[in-house]
Design a protein around this ligand. Structure first.
Ligand code: ADP
Ligand code: MG
Length: 353
């Protein structure tokens, strides 16, 4: 069951930018599609429109080819999981999972069998008789998944499902969700502001800023070929450098980058380079492609080191290297160092659509 949005726009106020502006994408059948972006980007509004909890001002939502405009929430066949576990406090785990089934007039025997099956699926059958207050945050979210899946939804809609959990539990549940999804293959929309979560879980990423799609595609493609500085910075972090174009090339001092055909002489070309793609060397002789920079700060963060550099022109660069590499190099703040800028690349021109 694919989910297709066609030119969906939604305003909550008549002034200013819409919460969701002209959003079109396809969440492929059976895959996890991440709707990624900073807070306020319009992600939850997109999800709520797909669920039928909000009505768009214009545009269409198709679930498996069917226009959902007149289909109410209960009939859309969607399973929902939100950041804050919406479990009923006075019901046991078993009763919570059974709830969606009991209001659908399924026989008691069938309900009992289905609840057991779901609890096994989320690996929590041993907690069936506990109350939500007796569970950890991660366990509660797994029960929320079981409840969302009870009615065999056509699509699963997840709004920051791990957003309220601490980092180690989030990571654990990411693996858990990947396995759960692999076993079921239900088409899933995952709303998240966490780029790592999106890169790790999704086959398709829709990156939103200010109600609009900035770029969408497979995570590797968006990461390797970002269309703008905003995309590059949000997805993985990036150093930005700017230099004027002359005869089809831009000269960044230590490195020249071929300019896109559309660039004119004198125009400023922006390039980006990921912090972990920058390599440092001791200053020794001359090296094409290597710039002399000054080390401003060295910060050790577990297994890697983050180094802030200043280029002669005043631009700053951030470098991230494995600790072993930096220890071997033996660099310290205040010292000069050579930095390899040859990994710098221009932005991908946005594909017309
Ligand atoms: P995200 O989930 O990416 O953080 P939202 O979709 O929740 O973003 O919100 C997008 C924008 O729409 C925000 O500016 C938010 O304040 C506004 N918004 C969302 N829901 C409502 C609402 N019910 N009434 C008014 N404004 C809203
Ligand atoms: Mg949100």
């Amino acid at each position: 069951m694919s989910i297709v949005l066609q030119a969906v726009t939604k305003r909550f106020t008549s002034a200013g930018t819409p919460a969701v502006a002209d959003v079109s994408f396809e969440a492929p059948r059976g895959a996890i599609t991440a709707v990624l972006g900073p807070s306020g980007a319009g992600k939850s509004t997109v999800l709520r429109i797909v669920a039928g909890l909000e009505v768009p001002d214009s545009g269409k939502v198709l679930i498996d080819g069917e226009d959902c405009a007149r289909v109410p929430v209960q009939k859309r066949g969607v399973g929902l999981v939100f950041q804050h576990y919406a479990l009923f406090r006075h019901m046991t785990v078993r009763e919570n999972v059974a709830f969606g089934l009991s209001v659908r007039h399924v026989s008691r025997k069938e309900i009992a069998a289905r609840v057991l099956e779901l609890l096994q699926l989320v690996q929590l059958e041993h907690l069936a008789d506990r109350y939500p207050a007796q569970l950890s945050g991660g366990q509660r979210q797994r029960i929320a998944f079981a409840r969302a899946l009870a009615v065999r939804p056509r699509v699963l809609l997840l709004d920051e499902p791990f957003g309220a959990l601490d980092a180690s539990v989030r990571r654990e549940l990411r693996d858990w969700l990947e396995q759960l999804h692999a076993g079921m293959g239900v088409t899933t929309l995952l709303v998240t502001h966490d780029q790592e979560e999106a890169l790790e879980l999704a086959e398709h990423v829709v990156l939103m800023f200010d109600g609009r799609i900035a770029q969408s595609g497979p995570p590797g493609e968006v990461y390797d070929h970002p269309a703008s500085p905003m995309v590059a910075s949000f997805l993985g972090g990036a150093n930005l450098l700017t230099a004027p174009v002359f005869s089809g090339r831009a000269d960044f001092g230590a490195v020249e980058v071929p300019a896109p055909d559309s660039a004119r002489d004198g125009e400023l070309l922006q390039v980006f380079v990921r912090p972990h793609d920058l390599k440092l060397r001791r200053v020794r002789g001359k090296h094409p492609g290597l710039a002399v920079a000054r080390i401003e700060r060295v910060k050790r963060i577990g297994g890697y080191v983050r180094i802030s550099l200043a280029l002669p022109g005043g631009e700053s660069l951030t470098v991230e290297s494995p600790r072993s590499e930096i220890d071997e190099l033996g660099v310290a703040a205040g010292e000069p160092v050579l930095v390899d800028l040859r990994a710098a690349r221009p932005f991908t021109e946005p594909a017309p659509h």
